[in-house]
Write a protein that binds this ligand. Structure first.
Ligand code: ZN
Length: 280
């Protein structure tokens, strides 16, 4: 439910993005010309039984864009992610790094944009009951480990935020946590505008696009900020790639709070979102 609500809090696409997204959906055959340019971030949630061609693109003749490309500038949601084929999951690494997908065919290759926000959901184990103390779970430790191992280390390393979600009945008991979509959307828009203004002299416009070197230069005047990260690295809880990802989240937390730069607490919270839900 949270994943399907995500497009609702994202800002409208820019003119350039709208043209890109509309072009992909035209080629995919999922564009309704009566509706004009696609202005809202798309949402794609392929089922784990979907074919490789349906998820990442392909088919006979000219390869068609799959769900991964139709989610360009929007949300790609994989429910029960460990159930997806290993090949499909591995293929996601290319678009996550490069924002595009090249589909090779004997007659040549097709290149489609695929810059999406990936959301994956997974049960804690095959039976789904290993929540909290997991007393009702009937899976063996080996089975549980194998289930998560299907989400490979290199793929998970590219996922910025990894959190354990509590069962709904416990969440319902918490009060004062509900907020209308419009209020969240306004905050997200303001955060995006702050990032865009900061990155005005660069080729990038969102925190997600900032390369590692640029990120570290940006924080050079605040060396104390990196202390929590260095501690996590020394303890082996964070990879080198993870460091950049934590810094990007820290900037997003600061932008959402209307701060000019992340604080130590922002970096600490970003670190918690990255490493708080580790399963081993
Ligand atoms: Zn279980």
């Amino acid at each position: 439910m949270l994943a399907s609500r995500l497009p609702g809090i994202l800002p409208d696409l820019t003119d350039r993005e709208a043209v890109e997204v509309t072009a992909v959906h035209s080629v995919a055959g999922t564009f309704d010309p009566g509706g004009g340019l696609i202005r809202r971030p798309p949402y794609e949630d392929p089922h784990h039984t979907a074919t490789q061609a349906a998820v990442v693109g392909g088919g006979s003749g000219i390869p068609r864009p799959g769900a991964v490309s139709r989610a360009h500038r929007g949300i790609l949601f994989l429910d029960e992610a460990p159930e997806f084929g290993a090949r499909v999951l591995e293929t996601l690494r290319q678009p996550l790094e490069q924002g595009e997908l090249v589909i090779h065919r004997s007659g040549g290759a097709a290149r489609y944009p695929a810059r999406f926000q990936l959301v994956m959901a997974a049960n804690p184990c095959p039976c789904g009951l290993a929540i909290g103390k997991g007393l009702e779970c009937s899976c063996s430790p080996t089975l549980r480990r194998r289930y998560f191992a299907r989400l490979s280390g290199p793929l998970l390393d590219r996922v910025d935020v990894q959190v354990e979600v509590q069962p709904v009945d416990r969440v319902e008991r918490m009060e004062g946590t509900s907020e209308p979509t419009s209020a969240v959307a306004a905050r997200v828009l303001a955060a995006r505008q702050a990032a865009r203004a900061r990155l005005a002299d660069t080729p990038w416009s969102t925190n997600a696009e900032m390369p590692g070197r640029f990120l570290r230069d940006l924080l050079r005047p605040h060396p104390g900020l990196l202390a929590p990260i260095e501690k996590a690295m020394t303890a082996g809880r964070l990879s080198l790639r993870g460091v950049d990802r934590v810094l990007r989240i820290a900037w997003s937390i600061a932008d959402l709070a209307g701060r000019a730069a992340p604080t130590v607490a922002d970096v600490g919270n970003a670190l918690l979102l990255r490493t708080g839900g580790e399963h081993d």
